[in-house]
Design a protein around this ligand. Structure first.
Ligand SMILES: NC(=O)C1=CN([C@@H]2O[C@H](COP(=O)(O)OP(=O)(O)OC[C@H]3O[C@@H](n4cnc5c(N)ncnc54)[C@H](O)[C@@H]3O)[C@@H](O)[C@H]2O)[C@@H](O)CC1
Ligand SMILES: [K+]
Length: 522
């Protein structure tokens, strides 16, 4: 987030004080108004931390209060809340509930949880400020419990909740008092809007270590933060609305997502001079007696990926030919199978380490998937001069990194980067947000078209064939991986159309995805 901060500093130096925050708050208030439909008479609760994120919430609250909403700000650190924002809210008629800092969190947690909120309802209703304590040290447990009860009561009766606990300045997991408010937010029946990003998620990495607010909508300022695009944090963000506050972000972004127009430019389209060899031949070394289906599905993907021909090597030749008679089937190993422009190795390959080693020794681009990932020798991958694209899911990535699966799922961006660095290869980490990372650093591509329907057996085999085919037709590993993920996601959506799909349906829908991309960009 340093780049965002630097851009903010630069812009702030040129603008009147507070102008950026006013832009942010105006966008935030407008999004809240859209969500509420009618602002007048609605009850809005703000969760306000001690930084500028809380300031945004307070100014937005003031705007909503001026339009007739009943606004209550729950101040997590009353003495450090954004002073001008607080004054604006009070001028607009907003009320505050001041959380008395917890001295000993453990003791008070129970009291707060089973607290009888009826007792404190009056305090909340009669306007003005609930209990205040001088400092954290002097806070007594009864006061603390009471202020939390008041806050909980207000939250329970709210029509809209704004999470301004922390933004990009949040460090580590939420502190105990903040975590408690996040838990109240979780049980709120109304819509929750996160200010800039859900409090508790890591803005840079998308990691969530501990409690975090689950939002229905996140209104973010200036730029999409990685934490809003990468799982698991992405799930906490709900839908994301970007408010332009005029930031001019320098340098390379951390993440990028291809759009239709980008994919269209990348898709290999045959010209008048093309013949099947010029369009590229993709070799598929996959399948085994036990898993012939993986070979069939990888070939199915490869036939839809732009290569001029598909060569199959392995023990599932009969199954492949029965389904796809256009395949060139060889009964020799990859080295003797004839020239290809790229290899796919691994889907359903069982324990055939020799095919993996032969393919890795070739001088053409190679995609390694599934069993191939386990069988590939790391030094052999690192020694390659042609591009290598590895396509693990979280479990396979975890095995390669020697960490538990949950660690990869919790830190997808870092895991993809780490694996790319270790193997000196491009890594496509499959999952609900598929990421593609190059070994030299640079922006990681996040796929915007994924759908949960793609979590079906064999769907990864189709993706491998498709990406391998794009490699054979001349795309680099990063482009081939991200373009394949894009088309595959779209195909999954078209094939599913709201119902379960099989992997072969996804392969069948890939041409529709191509047409969609090419038509729309015309
Ligand atoms: N700088 C600017 O000009 C702008 C900043 N904006 C807002 O300002 C935010 C960043 O503000 P800040 O830098 O003040 O930082 P934040 O408001 O994100 O958080 C910092 C505050 O939270 C507390 N805190 C940190 N980690 C915590 C944790 N784990 N649990 C509980 N409390 C914690 C700190 O003590 C500090 O007071 C952005 O996310 C955005 O919402 C917007 O107003 C747009 C303009
Ligand atoms: K927030």
């Amino acid at each position: 987030m340093e780049t965002v901060r630097a851009a903010e500093r630069e812009l702030m130096a040129r603008l009147p004080e507070g102008a950026l925050m006013q832009r942010a708050a105006a966008g935030l208030a407008a999004a809240c108004a859209d969500l509420l439909g009618r602002v007048y008479g609605r009850r809005v609760v703000l969760l306000v931390g001690s930084g500028d994120n809380g300031g945004d919430a307070l100014y937005a609250g003031a705007r909503l209060a001026r339009r007739g909403a009943g606004v209550t700000a729950v101040l997590l650190a009353p003495e450090r809340a954004h002073a001008a924002g607080l004054a604006a809210l009070r001028r607009a008629g907003g009320r505050t509930v001041e959380i008395t800092a917890t001295a000993e969190t453990d003791k008070t947690a129970d009291t707060a949880k089973n607290g009888d909120t009826a007792k404190t309802a009056d305090t909340a209703k009669n306007g003005d400020t609930a209990k205040t304590a001088e400092t954290a040290d002097t806070a007594d447990t009864a006061d603390t419990a009471k202020t939390f009860e008041t806050a909980e009561h207000a939250i329970r009766n709210a029509d809209l909740l704004l999470d301004g606990i922390v933004g990009i300045g949040g460090k580590g997991g939420l502190r105990p008092d903040a975590a408690r408010l996040a838990a109240f937010a979780d049980s709120a029946r109304c819509a929750v809007v996160a200010v800039d990003l859900p409090s508790g998620v890591d803005a840079d990495t998308g990691e969530v270590r501990g409690a975090a607010v689950r939002a229905d909508l996140t209104v973010t300022f200036g730029t999409h933060k990685p934490g809003l695009l990468v799982d698991p944090a992405r799930e906490y963000a709900g839908s994301v609305r970007l408010v332009d506050i005029g930031l001019d972000l320098p340098g390379e972004p951390v993440l990028e997502a291809l759009q239709h127009a980008d994919v269209r430019r990348l898709l290999p389209v045959p010209s008048g001079e093309s013949d099947k060899y010029r369009r590229g031949v993709v070799g598929i070394a996959a399948g085994s007696a036990r898993y012939p289906g993986a070979a069939v599905l990888a070939v199915a993907g490869a036939l839809r990926g732009g290569a001029g021909a598909v060569r199959y090597v392995g023990p599932a030749g009969d199954a492949v030919l029965a389904r796809f008679p256009e395949t060139l089937v060889s009964d020799r190993g990859p080295r003797q199978a004839g020239r290809v422009q790229a290899w796919v190795v691994g889907p359903g390959a069982g324990d055939d380490a020799s095919a993996v080693a032969e393919v890795l020794a070739s001088d053409v681009p190679v995609l390694v998937d599934a069993d191939g990932l386990r069988l590939a020798d790391r030094d052999a991958v690192r020694a390659r001069t042609a591009p290598t694209l590895m396509t693990p899911h979280a479990g396979e990535a975890a095995a390669l990194l020697g960490v538990p699966r949950e660690e990869v799922e919790g830190a997808r961006l870092a895991s993809a980067r780490e694996l790319a660095a270790r193997y000196d290869a491009t890594v496509l980490l499959k999952g609900s947000t598929t990421l593609v990372a190059d070994p030299g650093g640079g922006a990681v591509r996040v796929n915007p078209t994924g759908t949960a329907w793609l979590a079906t057996a064999g769907s990864g085999d189709v993706l491998s064939g498709l990406a391998g085919s794009l490699l054979a037709s001349g795309l680099g590993a990063l482009d081939a991986g991200s373009t394949a993920a894009y088309l595959h996601g779209l195909a999954g959506r078209f094939a599913a159309d709201g119902a379960p799909v099989g992997a072969h349906d996804v392969a069948d829908a890939v041409p529709e995805a191509w047409r969609d991309v090419r038509d729309l960009a015309d």
